[in-house]
Design a protein around this ligand. Structure first.
Ligand code: ADP
Length: 397
């Protein structure tokens, strides 16, 4: 089956066409600046050259049309016609409490997704526009919604409730939801497979360390806790997000800097994390490691705070699961940044991880980092959210 996987943002659209029998990516690409001046599509067929073109794209429907044009193009296309696309899988950010798993999209499902818009006002409406655009351009092709939050719906109440008046949960559904669920599910499953074990027999901590970052506790196959909350702002220090902080800081900064609460939250989302901690140097861990090695103390301080927070969460989740068998690193920095992994490694050594510095040098490959005989097996497991969405889509249609 050929599945088109779409990840729609407010002004962007990422896509991959995946053959779910072979699990090969046939083509992938990105539409940027949709609805703005200078919109462009970058398209890459498997094994071929990447092409980038400036194309006016007034909205997502035009963007989807452009994607189809490229996929069926005589030179850079990989299919003869639209009819070869068997299904579309959409990445959906927030499914609230309405979705505990992926769902085939119909009117009822769309309504239930819309009900969650309040919880993710930036992401969900954009995801939904992607769905509607596909309905316009390829009517009748089955579509599936795969939610970032669904995998974490198994969290027990003690893990997802905030210590605030209960009425806010009743009235507004304010609770912890968690994100990156597709990745935490994929990586924990794959980690068990690599170890030739059943995920149902393992307590796994997954550290998804990208620009956005989260840790999850996957106990005997189910997510029982994760570091992101109502929104992706909670938890780890990230590329540009603050992660956990004293909530009183919001009104404190607002008063001192004459800002609204929403403006402060925007700063916490976009100008904080290691970017803010490094005094604006970079949100990219490569830059920070390089600057730190060259003696930049501010960059080093940002990395120290970052690694310390990840280490603390791993300790907390070992306690939450009353033990841990496997720790898996994934996403950009988790897969590729040996220096960051080594820094985190120091905090978790006491668990019996026996990380071998030689093995830890790898980048972007499935690797067991621990020595033989380690009590807790530490590994790198590259994530593949698009493939996970394609698999879910094929399974459901
Ligand atoms: P996103 O959340 O945007 O998907 P990624 O998973 O791509 O983010 O992660 C981005 C982070 O991964 C960046 O901070 C970057 O430094 C790090 N990273 C990506 N590739 C490498 C690499 N080859 N070596 C070291 N770090 C890398």
């Amino acid at each position: 089956m050929k599945v088109l996987v779409l990840n729609c943002g407010s002004s962007s659209l990422k896509y991959q066409l995946i053959n779910t029998e072979t699990e090969d990516v046939l083509a992938k690409g990105l539409c940027e600046r949709i609805g703005m001046e200078g919109s462009a599509i970058a398209h890459q067929p498997a094994g071929g050259q990447k092409v980038k073109e400036l194309v006016p794209m007034a909205d997502h429907t035009v963007a989807v049309k452009n994607v189809i044009d490229k996929l069926t193009d005589k030179n850079v296309g990989v299919i003869a016609s639209l009819a070869e696309i068997d299904a579309v899988g959409h990445r959906m950010v927030h499914g609230g409490e309405n979705f505990t798993s992926s769902a085939v999209i119909n009117d009822e499902v769309l309504k239930a997704i819309e009900e969650c818009n309040d919880l993710a006002p930036l992401h969900n409406p954009a995801n939904l526009i992607g769905v509607r655009s596909c309905q316009d351009v390829m009517p009748g092709v089955p579509m599936v919604a795969v939610f970032d939050t669904a995998f974490h719906q198994t969290m027990p109440k003690k893990a997802y409730m905030y210590g605030i008046p209960y009425e806010y949960y009743n009235k507004y559904k304010i609770r912890r939801y968690g994100f990156h669920g597709t990745s935490h599910d994929f990586v924990s499953k794959r980690a068990a497979e690599i170890l030739n074990k059943d995920r149902k027999d393992l307590r796994i901590i997954v550290c998804h360390l990208g620009n956005g970052a989260s840790v999850s506790a996957v106990k005997y196959g189910e997510s029982v806790d994760t570091s992101m909350g109502l929104t992706p702002l909670e938890g780890l220090i990230m590329g540009t997000r603050s992660g956990d902080l004293d909530p009183a800081i919001v009104s404190f900064i607002a008063e001192k800097e004459n800002l609204t609460a929403a403006q402060v939250v925007d700063i916490l989302n976009k100008k904080s994390g290691v970017l803010g901690l490094s005094d604006g140097l970079s949100n990219d861990f490569r830059d920070l490691v390089e600057a730190g090695a060259a003696g930049n103390q501010v960059a080093k301080g940002a990395l120290d705070a970052y690694a310390y927070r990840v280490g603390k969460y791993i300790g907390a989740y070992a306690a939450a699961m009353k033990g841990v068998d496997v720790i898996a690193f994934t996403a950009g920095a988790g897969e590729n940044n040996a220096e960051v992994r080594a820094m985190i490694g120091e905090y978790i050594e006491f668990l019996g991880t026996n990380i071998d510095p030689e093995r830890n040098k790898i980048r972007g490959e499935e690797t067991i980092l621990s020595d033989e005989g380690a009590k807790v097996v530490t590994m790198v497991v590259p994530t593949n959210e698009e493939l996970a969405i394609a698999r879910e889509t094929a399974r459901l249609v």
